[in-house]
Ligand binder design. Structure first.
Ligand SMILES: Cc1cc2nc3c(=O)[nH]c(=O)nc-3n(C[C@H](O)[C@H](O)[C@H](O)COP(=O)(O)OP(=O)(O)OC[C@H]3O[C@@H](n4cnc5c(N)ncnc54)[C@H](O)[C@@H]3O)c2cc1C
Length: 865
């Protein structure tokens, strides 16, 4: 056959294989095994000449895992679990490589792996619905599905050091270490870098070398691994019931069965905190500090206590104070760059032939033929070891020339950061899967667990497609955009984006700064992936002999911390408030208030009494720490006119006081059913009049008064503005209404859409309204301010609504009606929030931007002339 005929024939031919998998590490090996088991034809392409991936390439001295080997191993083969015994807690690279080789032998995997072959390009052929995969051998393979199992940390970064390539001596790269090893005896050695690989190799290189000079740009947090034989406790925990042990790992946050910290760092005394840190230090477990308290990775002050503790440990080990100082990380929060565990790392700097060069103070001017010149010194070396890290998570994927529909290059699509659905798939690239891709838990987890989960999801998906006679799958743009947003939402409420880390792409010049992994935890992530399948592959479009179909939609619509809160509440099995008596509902609100974080410190808190419409009312005044006088905000708490108090909204009032710089006076208006409509609003108006008249006595600026409220309290605030307008005073500079109750019409869509499952239910709103007002009164503007004869002339307003709130639409309607009446009214809709989430200071961190906006609005209102 002529070449032209051959090419025409192959151009029109169908796939030779069901699946091509790239990479023969942990992921590729299991993917192949799984696909075979499901009856698919598959081939693995691997550029190395054997299996192992990470553990094939990283043969530097001291290379070992930092998740305990019992955890960092496959769970899919019970027999393998029984027969393989790890010699150490943290196995060395040779042992892990032997393990992966054993798995390959046991399942006869090598016969379907093309070694020493690199995948160079992959093109989606839309006509034939298959991938054309070109390799370094010059051949092209046609496969229906294309799976990148190319690893998150597999493409070493080219060192960005001036003069790189000039050195005439021996150069080595930790990520591409020679198989025969390196003998450093008697040599003058430089190590550039102090990340995980350097931390592991430096102590061992120091044992051999005549001189060792470590060039450090960023010090890392590290602590002893206390490696040794697998502990009896760990072995027993695993051996007793391996299946249960693995299940616990899968349902954990990071893929290791570890008790998550539920208590916040400042909820315990300093002595208890330090005891907890000593325990975490002694455990030698990588994840122990992150799990010590619930807020280590989200609260800067909590994290700082870990940083201080670990810096203290470094100072206690390293004898030279200047070196200790240089080795102590100060530019990032603990955990926001991958921390290390080590064996004698800091001790190594006490050896007379080891020195540290702090590149922050004395940067590298150039690598020379003889060694390294810094700004102030010249060093001669026999060997330079580059421990300069990887182009993480996306590097190995985009280094292959991948083109999807209409020739779209993946590298172009991801130029501003990777966009995926579930970290597994990407729009425009049908039948393409990335194992532990960006946007999945991957490097924030025990990778063995995350890899198995992805492999099993892909296997299940392919099998389902075969059964349903579908042969093309692609995520929808809606699903992908929402997932990218969800991944970013998670990152935003953590400290991670504040560090210049490889998690953020910051180690590679020119790489976009985007948080690459998914922070929501392997448990939550797994549930999400399972939910996608359960909801008939939500967010995916399919095509094939059975026809085209698309189940467009978004799987995670709640903010991550809101979703966690709802899960926690569901687990507690709290009865619906509307099923309680009023007394029990009030007791419940008081009891829950006692359990939450207190909110920020304010300058002063004063409790007092003011005259209400029918007698004295308690109030609580929050004064900023700054010198007064200040503007004043009259605040009305939430609670459906039935429950709540200054106590229940205390953290929110503190937060508003600190952020707005205003005095906040939280007024305990009378409650229904004892004092029904219009007691609450009459009290509100009386209180505002009294506050306006007594502003100077309260430490405020006379005439600078705004109102604010949440839920029913926002209803009171809105009505008070109308009453003040109609009465000709007092002057109110502005109103901030958080998820206000403004009407009595239950036919609005948000009552149906969000009627159940988001804490404030439609049934509970009815319960509150029934207690508060007779049906005849509900249309009265003093109960439903949206029904006022006119909204003109009201103070400027900020109306905050939450997406998953039955009251959402009436809040939005009030904002629109105010604007239509010529009021300077702004509507702030909060994506993924529920009725009760914004006030949850230090619990729902994703609510902080809304609280900031509320405070900014109050500042603006109070600053207006
Ligand atoms: C030193 C080190 C220690 C680590 N320790 C831990 C640990 O303790 N716990 C943990 O959870 N994770 C650890 N990791 C992360 C580790 O990468 C993963 O745990 C896991 O090994 C990844 O497996 P993988 O199969 O996804 O990727 P890899 O093991 O990286 O395998 C990918 C394979 O794809 C091949 N490949 C890539 N591109 C191509 C191409 N275009 N053509 C052909 N072949 C290609 C590569 O050659 C490689 O063999 C560590 C990483 C490093 C570097």
């Amino acid at each position: 056959m002529s070449a032209a005929m051959e090419s025409a024939r192959s151009a029109s031919a169908g796939p030779e294989l069901d699946v091509v998998v790239v990479g023969a590490g942990f992921a590729g090996l299991y993917m192949l095994h799984r696909l075979r088991g499901l009856g698919f034809s598959a081939k693995v392409i691997e550029s190395a000449d054997d299996v192992g991936g990470t553990w094939y390439w990283n043969r530097y001295p001291g290379a070992r895992c930092d998740i305990e080997s019992i955890d960092y191993s496959y769970s899919f083969d019970p027999e393998l679990q029984r027969e393989w015994q790890w010699s150490e807690r943290y196995a060395t690279q040779p042992e892990i490589l032997r393990y992966l080789g054993h798995v390959a032998d046991k399942h006869d995997l090598r016969r379907d792996i093309a070694f020493s072959t690199r995948v160079e390009a992959a093109r989606w052929d839309d006509d034939a619905s298959l991938w054309r995969i070109r390799t370094s051998r010059g051949d092209e393979i046609r496969a229906r599905f294309y799976v990148m199992a190319t690893g998150c940390l597999s493409l070493p970064k080219t060192p960005d050091v001036p003069g790189y390539g000039r050195f005439a001596g021996e150069s080595y790269y930790t990520g591409r270490w020679p198989h025969q090893g390196v003998d450093f005896s008697g040599k003058r050695v430089a190590v550039i870098g102090t990340g995980s690989s350097a931390v592991q190799s430096i102590p061992i290189i120091a044992r051999q070398a005549a001189e060792l000079t470590v060039f450090q740009r960023t010090p890392n947090f590290s602590r002893p691994a206390f490696n040794g034989p697998v502990t009896d406790a760990k072995k027993a925990a695993f051996d007793t019931d391996p299946a249960a042990y693995r299940a616990a790992a899968r349902l954990s946050g990071a893929g290791v069965p570890l008790e998550p910290g539920l208590v916040r760092a400042f909820q315990v005394s300093e002595a208890e905190r330090l005891a907890k840190y000593e325990e975490a230090y002694a455990s030698g477990e990588l994840l122990a500090f992150g799990a010590a308290f619930a807020d280590i990775l989200s609260n800067p002050e909590a994290n700082a206590t870990v940083c201080d503790f670990l810096r203290g440990k470094i100072r206690s080990i390293v004898r030279d104070p200047e070196t200790a100082e240089a080795l102590s990380p100060k530019d990032h929060f603990y955990g926001t760059k991958r921390p290390c565990i080590d064996t004698s790392y800091f001790e190594t700097f006490n050896l007379p032939h080891v020195r540290l060069v702090d590149l922050r103070k004395d940067p590298i001017a150039s690598i020379t033929e003889q060694g390294i010149d810094t700004a102030t010194r010249s060093f001669a070396f026999d060997v330079i070891v580059f421990a300069t890290g990887f182009d993480a998570m996306t590097g190995a994927i985009v280094s292959v020339d991948i083109a999807g529909r209409n020739g779209l290059a993946l590298a172009d699509k991801w130029a501003d950061g990777p966009k995926t659905y579930l970290g597994l798939t990407t729009t425009g690239f049908p039948n393409f899967f990335a194992i532990t891709g960006p946007g999945s838990p991957s490097v924030l987890s025990n990778m063995a667990v995350s890899i198995e989960q992805h492999v099993e999801w892909v296997g299940r998906c392919l099998a389902d497609m075969r059964e349903q006679r579908l042969d093309v799958i692609e995520p929808t743009p809606t699903a992908e955009t929402a997932w990218v947003q969800h991944v970013n939402d998670g990152a935003e409420i953590s400290l991670f984006p504040r560090a210049n880390s490889w998690y953020m792409g910051a180690n590679v010049p020119g790489k976009p700064r985007v948080f690459l992994p998914y922070i929501g935890g392997v448990d939550r992530y797994r549930k999400t992936c399972d939910e996608v399948i359960r909801r008939d592959y939500l967010g995916f479009a399919f095509d094939g002999p059975a026809g085209a179909r698309c189940n467009d939609g978004v799987v995670c619509r709640l903010q991550p911390d809101v979703a966690m809160l709802l899960d926690a509440l569901a687990e507690l099995g709290v009865p619906p408030m509307e099923s309680l008596s009023v007394e029990d509902a009030r007791r419940f609100v008081i009891a829950s208030a006692a359990l939450r974080p207190p909110g920020p410190e304010v300058g002063e808190i004063v409790d007092g009494e003011l005259p209400g419409a029918a007698g004295g009312l308690a109030y609580r005044l929050y004064r900023p720490a700054s010198p007064g006088p200040h503007g004043i905000v009259a605040y009305f708490h939430g609670g459906g006119w039935v429950v709540g108090s200054a106590d229940s909204d205390d953290p929110l009032c503190r937060d508003l006081c600190v952020r707005s710089g205003a005095i906040v006076v939280s007024v305990d208006y009378r409650h229904a059913p004892e004092a029904r409509f219009p007691a609450a609003v009459d009290d509100g108006f009386a209180a505002v009049r009294w506050i306006a008249a007594n502003a100077a006595m309260l430490g405020g600026v006379p005439g600078k008064l705004a109102v604010c409220g949440w839920s029913a309290g926002a209803n009171v605030a809105a009505v008070v503005c109308q009453l003040a307008r109609d009465a000709g005073g007092p002057a109110i500079a502005g109103q901030v209404l958080l998820t206000p109750a403004t009407d009595c019409d239950f036919t609005r869509a948000s009552y149906a859409e969000n009627g159940d499952g988001y804490v404030l239910t439609t049934a509970l709103v009815r319960w509150f309204r029934d207690h508060y007002a007779d049906p005849a009164d509900r249309r009265n503007p003093k109960a439903s301010p949206l029904r006022a004869h006119s909204l003109a002339g009201l103070p400027p307003a900020l109306i905050v609504t939450c997406e998953f709130d039955p009251l959402r639409d009436e809040g939005a309607a009030y904002a629109a009606a105010l604007a239509a009446a010529g009021v300077d009214a702004r509507h702030l809709p909060c994506r993924g929030q529920i009725h009760t989430s914004i006030p949850m200071v230090d619990v729902i961190l994703s609510g902080a931007p809304a609280r900031q906006e509320m405070a900014a609005a109050l500042r603006r209102f109070l600053a207006a002339p």
